[in-house]
Ligand binder design. Structure first.
Ligand SMILES: CCCCCCCCCCCCCCCC(=O)SCCNC(=O)CCNC(=O)[C@H](O)C(C)(C)COP(=O)(O)OP(=O)(O)OC[C@H]1O[C@@H](n2cnc3c(N)ncnc32)[C@H](O)[C@@H]1OP(=O)(O)O
Length: 199
């Protein structure tokens, strides 16, 4: 980080002195393994959202993830270009997938995004994310999205703070119809159990 970026960095995204390096869960998916959707109706990764991102994330080494997302016509902001909010969603989804490797349920508390280059419709965005530190319930992470291949030029990047929550976060706050349907779906329960440290 150069001195200009350091000046801009909000303290909420800087790990505190007592933060520790992230620890990959021993039962985390193996490097290269596709993670699959955490919820079929998720706008980021679910197959049940026709205009969703259908982002596919794979476990990487350590506590890192790679992911791909192809910008569709439904994702435009300006003519022929991806909407910034959609790109932020792709970053958020990739960063959220990191929690599979920690076996923690967590939600985004803060997400800071830099939009470096415009991303045309039809582009495959290659994302890479990693957890940098953990402090209690707080999980600090970064992500980058490139075009033209996994080593192509950077188009977007993000820094995030995720906060660990219990399953009750969703049960207490989600709309009852969707919660009822999710709880009646054995696949969904299996996926949530895989996240829980103390099921
Ligand atoms: C049957 C059911 C199926 C369910 C199946 C689900 C499967 C798994 C789905 C995962 C899904 C992922 C999808 C992609 C990721 C999203 O997009 S998640 C959706 C977007 N995010 C949200 O909706 C979160 C909304 N916010 C909240 O609910 C609450 O603010 C939070 C984040 C849970 C925090 O509230 P809290 O638990 O009361 O925690 P709080 O004590 O306020 O804060 C804890 C610490 O975090 C810090 N903090 C909290 N918020 C912030 C912030 N915004 N900025 C900086 N610091 C903060 C606090 O300062 C505090 O720090 P310390 O004092 O400990 O140093």
């Amino acid at each position: 980080m150069n001195s200009r970026e350091a000046e801009r960095a909000p303290s909420a995204l800087t790990p505190p002195p007592d933060a520790i390096p992230p620890v990959r869960h021993p039962e985390a998916p193996a490097p290269g393994e596709l993670l699959g959707a955490h919820y079929d109706h998720c706008f980021g990764c679910g197959g049940g959202q026709p205009h969703g991102l259908h982002l596919q994330a794979r476990a990487g080494d350590g506590v890192s993830i790679t992911a791909e997302f192809t910008v569709q016509s439904a994702h435009q902001g300006a003519p022929g270009l991806a909407h910034g909010g959609v790109l932020a969603t792709a970053l958020d989804e990739t960063l959220g997938s990191l929690n599979w490797l920690l076996r923690t349920i967590a939600v985004t508390g803060r997400l800071e995004t830099d939009f470096v280059r415009p991303v045309p419709v039809g582009t495959v965005l290659h994302l890479q994310a990693e957890v940098t530190a953990v402090a209690g319930r707080k999980i600090y992470s970064t992500a980058v999205g490139r075009t033209g291949g996994p080593d192509g030029p950077v188009a977007v990047r993000a820094q995030a703070l995720f906060i660990e929550v219990m399953v009750d976060h969703f049960i207490d706050n989600g709309r009852p119809d969707e919660i009822k349907a999710a709880m009646a779906d054995p696949d969904q329960i299996r996926r949530v159990r895989a996240f829980e440290v103390n099921p």
